[in-house]
Design a protein around this ligand. Structure first.
Ligand SMILES: [Zn+2]
Length: 198
């Protein structure tokens, strides 16, 4: 029994190695089709940064926040959703958000990033994976976002078809250091675990 279990594990590892070239081919050729992926959990991380400008709407985690500044972006500039999308794409080695939703395309000008998240998660589901959990860290000097976090979690969980408890959103200042500390912009880190469909 132990040998069988070990063989199963080894087989999974070998099939993972054997699919690496195919994974690269798929990442190059486009989104979605990942029938080669073995039935193992996959982890991914994402990172996004946007500069602020006075007078723009500040959209984060799928909702509008009260602030005097907002993100300069081709889309609506939702830095949290962008990091989350990159983490999920990274988990499946499917490239990045810029590959799938280029900022040179008129299709994505001013687009609601919730649509990008829906499309990204459709790729995840097409690959027969679903979100296990996500952990996000928002680096922002101002405004304080604690009061917005429950609503952000509800919105994101609704799109990703999970309970809000599966999504963690943490916020930190950078103690007035760097571009975040000078309130010139925002950075978000996201980590996700994707679970294979069984
Ligand atoms: Zn972005």
């Amino acid at each position: 029994m132990i040998k069988t279990d070990q063989a199963d594990r080894l087989g999974s590892v070998c099939s993972l190695r054997g699919t690496q070239q195919q994974q690269r081919n798929n990442a190059d050729s486009g989104p979605g089709e990942r029938p080669d992926l073995p039935s193992l959990p996959r982890v991914g991380n994402g990172y996004d940064v946007h500069a602020f400008a006075v007078g723009l709407p500040f959209i984060l985690g799928g909702i509008k926040l009260d602030h005097t500044k907002g993100c300069i972006a081709h889309s609506d500039g939702d830095c949290l959703i962008h990091a989350l999308c990159d983490a999920m794409l990274g988990a499946l080695a499917l490239g990045d958000i810029g590959f799938h939703f280029p900022d040179t395309s008129e299709e994505f000008r001013g687009i609601d990033s919730k649509i990008l998240l829906e499309r990204t998660y459709a790729m995840v589901r097409k690959a027969r994976y679903r979100l296990g959990n996500a952990d996000c860290t928002v680096c922002l000097q101002a405004p304080r976002i604690a009061k917005y976090i429950p609503r952000m979690k509800e919105v994101l969980a609704g799109i990703l078809d999970v309970a809000p408890e599966c999504i963690s959103i943490k916020a930190t200042t950078t103690e007035h250091l760097g571009f975040v500390g000078r309130e010139e912009g925002i950075a978000v880190y996201a980590t996700v675990l994707l679970w294979p469909e069984v």
